[in-house]
Design a protein around this ligand. Structure first.
Ligand code: MF3
Ligand code: CO
Length: 260
């Protein structure tokens, strides 16, 4: 029989531990995004991330996860998520999503941000801005007394009001001692629907936003997800704790009100 709930509730001490993993993840993303420039390969970004995470005592969560070969996912232009780093050279005007996980003292934290490579067209910059706004709206909806559908509706309404579309085939997730825990956290939904949110839940909220339609395809490498219509896509992710005092971003930078 299926258990009523397989969601793992974390104590304040466990959340503090995840905050340390999350802080390192945020600093690693800052380090990698600073290295993004025309002429840089995604493999170079991967080694920047791995070195940084290990230098600070963490382990890259993704490396070896279900056979994944790298420490980051680097998804360029029409790649939505799970792009594998390699010899590909970033070109001016592209966008790249940097997604990474940090395992530290028994807990994971997962975060992502999509950044421009050099100068991008205004419509592409708008895609990046809307994706972060959608993430922020999703985070703000992660409140005890609320429901999982509140998060999906918050994300979806920001994205669709901007004329973009939300990827449905992939979702956020619970996170803690495992990189992926229950529940799934969809980026679409209806408020007041779905699982009740309660203090101690730790969720990775990760909207994937396309300029064109929401449909995606999987590459022959078995990992890279890209838009079916080949329009550009962006992705942003925070690990968040639901607390009695409201949502707490665990993958933020120290003292930063804003993202990263
Ligand atoms: N943040 C992504 C996710 O939660 C990446 C993890 S997949 C991995 O799905 F295999 F690359 F680890
Ligand atoms: Co994730």
């Amino acid at each position: 029989m299926k258990p009523v709930s397989t969601v793992v509730i974390k104590s304040a001490d466990e959340i503090a531990c995840m905050r340390r993993a999350g802080h390192l993840a945020a600093r690693a993303i800052r380090e990698v995004t600073r290295a993004v420039a025309p002429g840089v390969t995604t493999a170079e970004l991967d080694s920047t991330a791995e070195t940084f995470i290990r230098d600070w005592g963490g382990v890259p969560s993704f490396k070896g996860y279900r056979g994944y070969p790298a420490s980051i996912c680097a998804s360029v232009d029409d790649e939505v998520v799970h792009g594998i780093p390699g010899p590909r050279v970033l070109g001016e005007g592209s966008v790249v999503s940097i997604d990474l996980g940090v395992y530290l003292d028994g807990f994971h934290a997962d975060a992502a941000l999509t950044v421009p490579v050099g100068e991008v067209k205004p419509e592409v910059q708008r895609l990046l801005t809307v994706t972060v706004r959608a993430l922020e709206a999703g985070v703000a909806a992660a409140r005890s007394g609320g429901f999982l559908g509140d998060i999906g509706e918050a994300v979806q309404s920001v994205v669709e009001a901007a004329g973009f579309s939300v990827v449905r085939d992939y979702a956020g997730h619970g996170i803690g001692r495992a990189l992926h825990e229950d529940p799934q956290v969809p980026n679409v939904g209806q408020s007041r629907k779905g699982m009740a949110l309660q203090a101690g839940m730790t969720l990775a909220i990760e909207p994937m936003v396309n300029i064109g339609g929401p449909e995606v395809t999987l590459d022959a490498d078995g990992w890279t997800v890209r838009t079916l219509d080949r329009t550009r896509s962006a992705h942003a992710e925070h690990t968040v704790a639901v607390t009695a005092d409201g949502p707490m971003i665990l993958t933020g930078l120290e003292g930063a009100g804003a993202l990263y």
